[in-house]
Design a protein around this ligand. Structure first.
Ligand code: FE
Ligand code: FE
Length: 308
């Protein structure tokens, strides 16, 4: 049913930016295409192509998902009333429905004949439901030391497609901001990166992209998304012959207050850019920032930290 807006609300709606953008239904194809482009001549080409292959499988599963019960309407209503994320990762991860998406991934994925990849897939295939749950809980809560690093991209890929599928399967979601700026209003997971939009009347607005479900929520610019201070923020990009520093499509916002950073993607400088692929193809920037003592708080579920 269309929402009826009162006159005051119409004015507010015309001037205030949408709080939320849902990911497109071809999200994983877009990621795969972009990764394949970025892999050309890239020092981490093999890794980027491996991830591109996983994104293609994610899209297949998204288009033809496992049969599961529809989302519990009562649960959605309770979450709406209490302003809680309806697809809370810390709860749903323990309910194991996502394991059907992992099963689908293990069935469909045609792995490259690399021993490390084949071993990781075998570990996932023979693991018990309880073991998989424990690894997945560790992954979504950022406790990377509690699961084998080689499993991260495959487990992360299955979780992403499960959550994005759930997110897009419920119409008319009414989401409210999370407890912190960096927390996804739909699933409670931390942001992977930020995107500065460039089209239409929302030109120049910043949206954060969820590391798990890929929804995007509005957060004002020039404010640390972790400690919420604006003082002394700095912006750093990798040197790139194609762009002047102030026109680099990817810049890290560094906060001297909490010593952390978030990567931001400026679509006006590269309209085709996409957050996950941009993040994975700029690990050199993370290495430099880590050497400078900055901590990365934004997960990318297809990469174990320290793996670069
Ligand atoms: Fe999310
Ligand atoms: Fe900060």
């Amino acid at each position: 049913m269309p929402t009826i807006l009162e006159p005051g609300e119409i004015e507010a709606a015309a001037t205030s930016p949408p709080f939320l953008y849902l990911p497109p239904r071809n999200l994983f194809t877009l990621r795969a295409q972009r990764l394949e482009q970025l892999a050309q001549g890239h020092p981490l080409a093999d890794y980027l192509l491996l991830i591109a292959g996983l994104c293609r499988v994610q899209q297949q599963i998204f288009d033809d998902p496992p049969a599961t019960e529809p989302f519990d309407k009562q649960r959605l209503e309770v979450c709406r009333q209490h302003g809680m994320p309806p697809f809370a990762a810390d709860t749903l991860i323990r309910e194991d429905t996502w394991q059907l998406y992992l099963d689908a991934l293990l069935q469909r994925y045609v792995a490259p004949q690399q021993p490390a990849v084949l071993d990781a897939l075998t570990s996932l295939r023979v693991a018990s439901v309880g073991q998989l749950r424990a690894w997945a809980v560790a992954l979504v809560s950022g406790q990377y030391s509690l699961l084998p690093a080689a499993l991260v991209p495959f487990l992360g890929a299955a979780l992403q497609v499960a959550w994005s599928h759930w997110l897009l399967s419920v119409p008319n979601l009414q989401l409210t901001p999370g407890d912190s700026l960096s927390q996804c209003p739909a699933c409670g997971s931390p942001a992977m990166a930020g995107v500065i939009r460039h089209r239409g009347k929302h030109n120049g607005l910043r949206y954060l992209v969820c590391s798990l479900c890929a929804c995007e929520w509005h957060v004002v610019r020039v404010k640390c998304v972790y400690c919420e201070q604006s003082k002394g923020l700095n912006y750093l990009s990798l040197e790139d012959d194609r762009y002047a520093a102030n026109q680099a499509p990817l810049r890290a916002e560094l906060c001297p207050g909490c010593n952390s950073y978030l990567k931001l993607l400026y679509l006006e400088n590269d309209a085709e850019a996409e957050a996950l692929s941009a993040d994975l193809s700029s690990l050199l920037l993370d290495m430099r920032l880590s050497q400078d003592g900055y901590q990365r708080l934004a997960p990318n579920l297809l990469l174990a930290p320290g793996d670069e």
